[in-house]
Design a protein around this ligand. Structure first.
Ligand SMILES: Nc1nc2c(ncn2[C@@H]2O[C@H](COP(=O)(O)OP(=O)(O)O)[C@@H](O)[C@H]2O)c(=O)[nH]1
Ligand SMILES: [Mg+2]
Length: 331
């Protein structure tokens, strides 16, 4: 029997995939259990959810009973998506953050200069994305915040240092960290169908330092020894090579749709800042970005854009396309 899961369920599931802490996971799982249609076709899924809830509850309690040490302050999400920079020491994570954003991380030719996750905003045209520079990952070290940040991210940049003769071991060490964890690096972001605890975050292999004279040779070696089943791009963070392509990749891959709002009393749309949603989302999500109350009150809208005639009257479930101008009506 088909499960016929509702949009509400899928939304809760998407939030669960990206939950950054056991408490968040628990909240999402409980919402999923509430939203799941209760019939024979979902019996197994309901049982799985209940088992998962019991397990995560135990995790939450274990955490609560620990003396609260230094739990890093949560970095609020900003922009049209979050990308985290993952890699071994010295591969150029901080340099890349500095090249793509206005953040000013410490950059140095020795390891462990970056001690805490550091965010910055990267723009593709008028669309902002949040980049987070992470402390390095090695065989012996991983910052405790890293797992949650990866799980909650829309995209991981896995950096490889094409100027390092240790690139194979260093990259292997990073991959090993995630191979058996419940947060994994994947070709796409998704939940594992057979084990609902396991969450994959879409990963792009960012081959950095292509300006190094031996970069191509090292890359050939890397491919010979490691299976890296991700899409990839080659860049030089210091020489600004491949960076515009990288920005565009993020925009395209996250399927961002920019919507500009227009006030009914005004002729022109406000072009200063787009509201951003994902392909497949609706005017309801646009209105949510404007104001929570706006979303509740949204009745209809007029749309100017490439997919409709100018000023077409649409319902809140209309799915905007990139560049649409919308006039939201609450009455
Ligand atoms: N040649 C070259 N060096 C780079 C590039 N990106 C970073 N570096 C250098 O690599 C070293 C480590 O960079 P950093 O960003 O601190 O690495 P992190 O530990 O991954 O944050 C610094 O000396 C950077 O200047 C690049 O594209 N080409
Ligand atoms: Mg660094």
């Amino acid at each position: 029997m088909p499960a016929n899961l509702t949009p509400q369920y899928h939304r809760a599931e998407a939030a669960y995939r990206a939950a950054e802490s056991p408490q968040e996971e628990l909240d999402c799982l409980q919402l999923m259990l509430r939203e799941i249609p209760k019939h024979k076709g979902t019996d197994k899924l309901q049982a799985d959810l209940k088992a998962k809830i019991a397990k995560v509850k135990a995790e939450v309690q274990k955490q609560a009973s620990k003396p609260s040490g230094k739990t890093a302050a949560k970095i609020p999400k900003q922009g049209a998506g979050r990308i985290v920079l993952l890699g071994p020491p010295n591969c150029g994570k901080s340099q890349l953050l500095a090249a793509l954003t206005r953040a000013q991380p410490e950059i140095a030719p020795y390891p462990f200069t970056t001690q805490a996750p550091l965010p910055g905003m990267m723009a593709y045209e008028d669309c902002p994305f949040q980049l987070i520079d992470l402390p390095p990952v090695t065989e012996d070290f991983m910052d405790p915040a890293t797992i949650g940040l990866i799980r909650g991210a829309d995209l991981v940049f896995l950096l490889v240092d094409l100027a390092s003769d240790n690139l194979i071991e260093d990259t292997q060490a990073v991959l090993d960290r995630f191979a058996a964890s419940k947060t994994r690096l994947g070709r796409i972001s998704m939940l594992d169908e057979d084990d609902i605890g396991v969450s994959y975050t879409q990963t792009l292999l960012v081959l950095n330092k292509i300006d190094d004279p031996a970069a191509a040779e090292r890359l050939a070696l890397l491919d010979e020894f490691l299976e890296l089943p991700f899409e990839r791009m080659q860049v030089s963070a210091t020489q600004d090579r491949g960076l515009q392509e990288l920005r565009k990749y993020v925009f395209d891959t996250l399927e961002v749709v920019r919507v500009y709002t227009k006030h009914p009393k005004e002729k022109e749309a406000d072009r200063s800042k787009p509201f951003t949603i994902r392909k497949g989302e609706t005017l309801f999500e646009v209105a949510q970005n404007v104001h929570r109350q706006m979303a509740e009150d949204l009745k209809s809208a007029r749309v100017w854009g490439s997919a409709v005639h100018d000023g077409t009257l649409v319902k809140p479930d209309y799915q905007p396309v990139d560049g649409d101008v919308v006039e939201l009506h609450t009455s």
